[in-house]
Design a protein around this ligand. Structure first.
Ligand code: HEM
Length: 162
């Protein structure tokens, strides 16, 4: 680890793991200092004061029409032929952040999401409630740092494999 790293990087997951290794402690706190601008700077003409909290808007990045042809549509198949790597390798798609403070749980998360989705698709036949059409499915989300559906998703699940 670089001993000259800025103070703002202290308390990240690397420090936490080192502390656990060195003193066997299991109580720790992660800081959010890494989302503060280290010094006054200008980005695309916007002046950012030193110490300002800066959030990267991953939602907007993932809907940039310069990258995505149908930015607001749910088209999972568009990833089949895509070179974009969600593991912080391509800035056009950063669900796990990137760099030193990027998500360390990425490997576990990718495996978990795949396993959970594979299980519900494998074990159930999914259908819409009587009278509901595909275009009635509501994709509205609540505002926030993490994304939650505004209204519950209502589907009919028929168990095919117990
Ligand atoms: C789909 C699931 C997940 C998503 C989308 C996700 C996304 C993220 C994002 C965007 C960050 C912030 C990165 C940044 O500030 O640049 C983060 C941080 C973090 N994630 Fe995840 N994560 C997921 C699952 C997990 C799992 C399963 C674990 C642990 C087992 C985990 C542990 C952490 C930790 C400890 C941090 C803080 C790292 C730091 O600040 O140094 N995450 N995650």
């Amino acid at each position: 680890m670089d001993p000259n790293r800025p103070k703002s990087m202290e308390g990240d997951i690397v420090d936490v793991l080192l502390r656990i290794k060195e003193n066997g402690t299991t109580s720790f706190e992660l800081t959010f200092d890494h989302i503060k601008a280290l010094k006054r700077c200008s980005v695309n003409g916007y002046e950012i004061g030193g110490g300002s909290t800066v959030y990267i808007n991953a939602w907007a990045i993932a809907r940039d029409p310069a990258t995505w042809e149908h930015a607001d549509e749910f088209l999972p198949e568009s990833f089949l032929e895509s070179d974009l790597d969600p593991r912080g390798q391509t800035p056009e798609l950063i669900p796990f952040g990137f760099g030193r403070r990027g998500c360390p749980g990425i490997g576990m998360a990718m495996a978990e999401v795949e396993l959970a989705l594979a299980n519900v698709v494998y074990k159930f036949d999914w259908g819409l409630p009587v009278g509901m059409k595909e275009e009635d499915i509501d994709f509205e989300v609540l505002p926030g740092i993490t994304m939650h559906k505004k209204n519950d998703l209502r589907l009919l699940a028929k168990l095919v494999i117990a």
